[in-house]
Design a protein around this ligand. Sequence first.
Ligand SMILES: Cc1cc2nc3c(=O)[nH]c(=O)nc-3n(C[C@H](O)[C@H](O)[C@H](O)COP(=O)(O)OP(=O)(O)OC[C@H]3O[C@@H](n4cnc5c(N)ncnc54)[C@H](O)[C@@H]3O)c2cc1C
Length: 379
Amino acid sequence: MNDEDKLILDSIDQFLERDVRPYVRQLEAEDEYPADIVAGMKELGLFGATISTEYGGLGLRASTYAQIVERVSAVWMSVSGIFNSHLIMCAAVERFGTAEMKQQYLPRFASGEMRGAIALTEPNCGTDLQAIRTRAEREGNDYVINGSKLWITNSVEGNVLACLVKTDSQVDPAHKGMALLLVEKEMGYKARKLKKLGYRGVDTGEVEFVDVRVPVANLIGKTEGRGLQQILSGLELGRINVAARGVGVARACLDESVTYAQTRKTFDFPIAQHQAIQIKLADMATRVEAARLLTEQAAEAYDSGERCDMEAGMAKLFATEAAVKNSIEAMRVHGAYGYSPEYNIERYYRDAPLLAIGEGTNELQRIIIARQLVKRNPV
Ligand SMILES: Cc1cc2nc3c(=O)[nH]c(=O)nc-3n(C[C@H](O)[C@H](O)[C@H](O)COP(=O)(O)OP(=O)(O)OC[C@H]3O[C@@H](n4cnc5c(N)ncnc54)[C@H](O)[C@@H]3O)c2cc1C
């Protein structure tokens, strides 16, 4: 890590302690969008964390970015959601967009003036994205979009989407008839906020497109038929960041359990001295370390430009399961207090399961890992 990275991480830590931690419990309970926190994130440059400096971003490597995500998620996972899917959209534009598209959008994405989402999932499909039904039909210099998307994070408070659409429903395989379009809110889509078990504060919505006209220039990559590959390649970074969220949540569960176990007494001893609790703490700590190492390894592979879907998949799978397990164990360590909103544990317990679902479920990660194992080891 260079000095500049260290400075950035220090300023993130200060921001989290000063502007986030004191407000989490209330904002979370009220499911309120953290507008003041978002203003602070803009000042820190978080919306441009992985965008190149030539477009006004911080140009951070994935390994530094993963450390930011871990720190943020250890305080409030929802905050990481506000910039994570935005940055996946940015990565798709920077990797595949035309020079004009990059000049037009990336500086506004980096400043946070335009904040975005990735709109893939629909009411009838999430894992099987080739089954999407949202259509974009060419009319002159525009595409006209009709359909709906579901569970789209940042769709209500943000103002732009990287939206996966079908431009040709007849072609086989179906992915050859798919495209990725950059759609601004003022072009006419409507978004409605959904209620959720956890991951509150950040807006996750249902998006409706009724004859929404988008200029052809907003086709990411200029050619139809590559939308699915374009967004899936962005999901490598997405999976590294979900893995980092898992490390953050798993670590928060561990840290609070280690503290609590030394203060809570039963039968005249702090519970940290009972072997049953020691075993839990040891397993939790080991999971955190292993999850962090896998996440670092995937981020380093990504930074070196290697194809890293297996590494990112392993990190995502292990770190998110670590978060789920640690949240359950933290609740056991805390006894009844783990069940109370006066403590953070019940929030971790509600937030963690999302990590096993988002950016490709953990069932899908196992399929990706196994396919890569076979591909990399032909007989
Ligand atoms: C809070 C939240 C935020 C989200 N944010 C976004 C967002 O910003 N953008 C976006 O596009 N989506 C978003 N999603 C959607 C998320 O990506 C999907 O929920 C996820 O991809 C799974 O899709 P699904 O829910 O349709 O489940 P399904 O695809 O219906 O799967 C149901 C179950 O079947 C399993 N399964 C499916 N296929 C297979 C198979 N071949 N083999 C074995 N098991 C299989 C799955 O693992 C899962 O357990 C969000 C979801 C939530 C809950």
